[in-house]
Design a protein around this ligand. Structure first.
Ligand SMILES: CC(C)(COP(=O)(O)OP(=O)(O)OC[C@H]1O[C@@H](n2cnc3c(N)ncnc32)[C@H](O)[C@@H]1OP(=O)(O)O)[C@@H](O)C(=O)NCCC(=O)NCCS
Length: 166
């Protein structure tokens, strides 16, 4: 079973690692041509018109993107597994935000899906960690880091993020 199938079945997956620096072994975790294509598409479309970008990301990167969602200029999706990202309808991802679905560490690897549900807003320059869900109409503030799930309608800001109570 490949990594994507494992994540689909088990959720966030941890793989112990005992060889040298796993970053140099990236070709073992995904087809090298797929990663190069992902990088090419993400870099070349960073400042493309919103709907063209959605079209290319849906059809080439296989990212699930709902209706009327906008990925602002400079948004960086994960280069290895962008197809583990699911974005609902009417979502805003602010400029230069980063959405990760993989993490390499010296002793383990982590892979997980990211869900950004309908009407959510991921602030500019923020980071979403692998395995995290941003709930419906939730907000992750500018420059913040989502290391765990954010519930429906909640607003979280900062690094480490804290819930903004209104
Ligand atoms: C989270 C957010 C919605 C809050 O906006 P707001 O309601 O106007 O908040 P305020 O400016 O009144 O700030 C309220 C408190 O939250 C804090 N705060 C607000 N945004 C913050 C952020 N991104 N990081 C850290 N703290 C933040 C403020 O310091 C303030 O704290 P205080 O009450 O102790 O002074 C807004 O800051 C934000 O991040 N919006 C995202 C916009 C964006 O990137 N859109 C994407 C496309 S452009």
């Amino acid at each position: 079973m490949n990594i994507k199938e494992r994540v689909e079945e088990e959720g966030t997956v941890y793989i112990p690692w005992s060889e040298t620096n796993p970053v140099f072994s990236w070709v073992k975790h995904r087809n090298v041509f797929r990663i190069l294509l992902n990088i090419l598409v993400i870099w070349s479309t960073a400042y493309a018109p919103l709907r063209l970008k959605n079209f290319l990301y849906r059809h080439i990167l296989k990212v699930k993107i709902g209706k009327d969602s906008a990925l602002a200029p400079g948004v960086r999706l994960d280069y290895v597994y962008p197809d583990l990202i699911e974005i609902g309808d009417d979502v805003i991802v602010g400029q230069d935000a980063v959405i990760l679905t993989h993490e390499y560490m010296q002793d383990h690897l982590r892979f997980g899906k990211v869900h950004i549900e309908d009407g959510a807003c991921v602030g500019a320059k923020s980071i979403v960690r692998s395995g995290v869900t941003i709930g419906e109409k939730a907000v992750l503030g500018i420059g913040s880091m989502a290391h765990k799930d954010i519930g429906e309608g909640e607003v979280w800001v900062g690094r480490p993020m804290q819930r903004l109570k209104r």
